[in-house]
Design a protein around this ligand. Structure first.
Ligand code: GDP
Length: 215
């Protein structure tokens, strides 16, 4: 039973940083049946609305307008596929935890996302985005525990680290780790990122590349 990619050690190429040669939007939809059917590896990005998901996708791909960034949380309710280097997909999933969303909308979101995450065979890893400024949030812990229960490999990606001091960051990381270790014997891989400085870009892309090469 493998819960996390990272229980194994993936060798990373030291000399060559991963190059994003191409990144293109492919399709947006609410229907899993309409997602691409070429079986290329998929990496999902998910988190609370406003966590910095679109900014992170744009930073990783170095394409400013690829994923829409918006000040209006809860707007994107679609599964967005982006083809990277003609080899793998970034899957931008709708943000969760938008307070103003109705119960009905939330139920629809849950069904649609849980269907995608549990049924999609080409899904390789879920990057769960966490705002590094916040202490552990119930909704994020619940979501990660759900991923673990469903044996879906996931990683924790802390966003916006430029917005706090390194000591505050270390404190919040430690809190999250402590919370996670209440439920899990080991931690999933952890990444710390900033979309403004591109911190963490290479590590995250190398991680994806290493998994792709081992597939
Ligand atoms: P999404 O709703 O999760 O897609 O979040 P967005 O990418 O639209 O970001 C929400 C807000 O946070 C926007 O105002 C971004 O400019 C800002 N933001 C996102 N990532 C970062 C980051 O790494 N550093 C800083 N300083 N701001 C960020």
């Amino acid at each position: 039973m493998q819960r996390f990619h990272g229980g194994e050690t993936y060798l990373c190429k030291k000399s060559l940083p991963v190059e994003i040669k191409s990144a293109a939007f492919v399709i947006s939809n609410t229907d899993i049946e309409k997602c691409p059917s070429d079986d290329k590896p998929e990496y999902a990005f998910i988190g609370r609305s406003n966590v910095g998901k679109s900014s992170l996708i744009n930073m990783l791909t170095q394409k400013k307008g690829l994923a829409k960034t918006s000040g209006k949380p809860g707007k994107t309710q679609l599964i967005n596929h982006f083809m990277i280097n003609d080899e793998w997909y970034i899957v931008d999933l709708p943000g969760y935890g938008y307070a103003k969303t109705s119960k009905k909308n939330r139920a629809i979101w849950e069904k649609f996302i849980s269907d995608f995450l549990t049924k999609r065979e080409s899904l390789v890893n879920i990057f769960v985005l966490l705002d590094s400024r916040l202490e552990p949030q119930k909704i994020d812990l619940e979501f990660m525990n759900w991923c673990g229960e469903k044996q879906l490999p996931f990683s924790m990606v802390f966003t916006k680290i430029d917005k706090l001091s390194s000591s505050a960051l270390q404190k919040n990381l430690a809190r999250y780790k402590k919370e996670m270790l209440k439920y899990w014997e080991e931690l999933p891989p952890v990444f710390v990122t900033s979309s403004t400085s591109a911190f963490g870009r290479e590590k995250l892309l190398n991680y994806i590349e290493a998994i792709n090469e081992n597939m």
